[in-house]
Design a binder for this molecule. Structure first.
Ligand code: NA7
Length: 545
């Protein structure tokens, strides 16, 4: 392609998003000599870590493992400081990668994509942005992230609130000073549970509005020693290979050096006595709760673990009424994305923290000065929404994506997301999604899954170029079979328990189809399946010249 064509907006590939997926995709395709541009809504790289700057934001995967493996030099040069890195350090890493591989020259920032339409005649995608840019590309690659569209629930009176309003997923870059400020926070998912202890330390008073108490485990985060870093660097090849073949793309390399115990659970809780469980709690605290394997497959075993969990909460939280308010009930432990925290329960022993357990009376409306609940009115100066995201499908559905015959993606996904391997959709040729629904994605270490998808897509495009194929499209049959498989392996597990309202199921967004979106089969098995598909001449895809 000539430079003139490229400057007129014609590319081999357009990538949407400059988070960890988009950055690596750009690096790989550029390395193949393709003309590529990345369109990014933010003003810089980093995706999730660019937007989620709330106090306490931290990764829940050990830093040694939550990092790129594609460059050995990068891996050896970069030094993580903590077992689980905080947001500023991860963003610094993303910036380092962008500088090191000179990525920014092919990224257009502050450019939000509004539509992507497939032109069947020319077998190319027409992409438009909010700024009025028009681009044309053979491949359109969606690196739009799984947790990138914040969910702000529609609560009556929300516009009446007079003070400042924040969402954890869109935190101001300059930070927020809560000293001498009274704060109300809605939401006790991962973001709320990370932010609450940090805000409580600064604010004059913090009122926590909790609809569903969560199960959360102490992170035991700590600085990494020089010896640990050296050991990890010496063993990196083995660490990466083991991650790639594992269930979740995490091997818990931090264990023994600080960091949460990520070893696989084993044994049966049903075979323990009450005294034994009590003793285990004395010895290990919350870690005792997740050590048994049967809690993932047997509801009675799971309920015993939940009882242990609640007992541990009551050991930490001094006021029995507050402890009771924080105890999760009525849904199994492990059906939502695990939350890890630093001093979450201890925070509720502070004099400047109030828990409003909305199970005892919900939110009626937001007022000028606070929140009116069925239990009374609570006043504060600033309001924080820690209310999560329209996960996995939200970002793609906000773009007007139209495939063959002008069919909108939202019609194709009306009853829930349909993909083949989470990589492609029938009717949408030459469009790929990275870590899309139907792939291990959010059930795994995202960077391991991102690298696998990017490598697979790059090999696929290279194969097409070598064999002069112009179009690749998942067949309807392959897509149907894959979705049936994705549902089959998830059904009957704790993850799809009817009592569980997780964002994996889309249950946090009113009206969203209740479908388990990621693939439970495991990172290693999934990788083999994708490799097998490629080795068999891209089985399940139709390739046309
Ligand atoms: P989550 O995990 O979806 O948590 C959102 C929280 O907000 C959760 O406690 C919700 O309660 C609460 N929420 C949502 N809407 C309302 C309304 N209308 N009223 C009261 N409370 C509400 O999002 P996070 O950002 O914390 O974490 C997302 C992922 O990011 C996490 O899993 C990690 O992978 C990183 P609910 O449970 O729905 O009753």
């Amino acid at each position: 392609m000539s430079e003139r064509e490229s400057s007129a907006g014609k590319f081999d590939a357009v990538i949407v998003g400059a988070g960890f997926a988009g950055m690596y995709m750009l690096h790989k395709l550029r390395g193949c000599g393709l003309s590529v541009t990345v369109l990014e809504a933010g003003s810089d790289v980093g995706g999730t870590w660019y937007w989620n700057r709330y106090p306490g934001a931290r990764c829940d995967v050990p830093s040694i493992e939550y990092s790129y493996s594609f460059s050995k030099e990068l891996q050896q040069d970069w030094n993580w400081t903590e077992v689980m890195a905080a947001q500023p350090e991860i963003l610094k890493y993303a910036n380092h990668v962008a500088d090191r591989f000179d990525l920014r020259r092919d990224i257009r920032f502050e450019t939000r994509v509004t539509s992507a339409h497939y032109d069947e005649e020319n077998k190319r995608w027409n992409i438009e942005t909010e700024n009025g840019d028009r681009l044309n590309a053979r491949f359109c690659i969606m690196a739009t992230g799984c947790l990138s569209v914040p969910n702000t629930p529609k609560i009556e009176g929300a516009d009446n609130f007079k003070g400042p309003v924040y969402h954890t997923g869109r935190w101001p870059h300059e930070g927020v000073d809560f000293s001498d400020v009274t704060v109300g926070i809605i939401g006790t998912g991962s973001s709320g549970i990370q932010a609450i202890p940090v805000i409580a330390e600064q604010a004059k008073h913090l009122t926590v509005f909790q609809r569903t108490p969560n199960y959360t485990m102490p992170a035991h985060n700590r600085p990494l020693s020089k010896e640990f870093i050296e050991k990890a660097k010496a063993e990196y090849d083995e660490i990466r290979e083991t991650e790639r073949q594992s269930q979740a793309g995490i091997i818990g390399f931090g264990f023994g050096f600080g960091g949460a115990d990520l070893r696989m659970p084993e044994g049966s809780i049903l075979e323990t006595t009450e005294d034994e469980r009590e003793k285990l709690l004395d010895e290990k605290g919350f870690a005792a709760v997740r050590q048994f394997a049967d809690i993932a497959i047997d509801m009675n075993a799971n309920e015993l673990a939940c009882e242990m969990y609640r007992k541990q909460v009551s050991r930490i939280v001094k006021d029995p009424a507050v402890a009771e308010g924080l105890m999760p009930r009525g849904y199994p432990i492990g059906c939502k994305r695990p939350v890890i925290d630093t001093d979450y329960y201890e925070t509720f022993n502070r004099d400047n923290v109030t828990l409003v357990d909305l199970r005892r009376g919900g939110i009626k409306q937001i007022t000028e000065t606070g929140i009116q609940t069925e239990q009374g009115h609570f006043e504060f100066d600033a309001l924080v929404y820690a209310t999560g995201f329209d996960a996995m499908t939200g970002a793609l559905l906000r773009i007007d994506v139209r495939g063959r015959g002008g069919v909108p993606l939202k019609d194709h996904w009306e009853a829930g997301p349909r993909t083949y391997l989470g990589l492609q959709m029938h009717g949408f040729p030459n469009l790929f999604s990275i870590t899309g629904p139907g792939s291990p994605s959010v059930l795994s270490n995202m960077i391991v899954s991102i690298e696998q998808h990017v490598d697979w897509i790059t090999d696929c495009i290279t194969h097409m170029n070598e064999h002069q194929f112009r179009e690749i499209e998942a067949t309807e049959e392959a897509e149907t079979r894959w979705i049936e498989h994705v549902n089959k392996v998830a059904n009957g597990t704790m993850l799809t328990a009817p009592s569980c309202n997780s964002w994996y199921l889309g249950a946090n967004i009113p009206g969203k189809p209740r479908i388990f979106m990621p693939y439970v089969g495991g990172v290693g098995n999934y990788r083999h399946k994708c490799d097998e598909v490629a080795a068999n001449g891209y089985e399940g895809f139709s390739l046309t010249a």
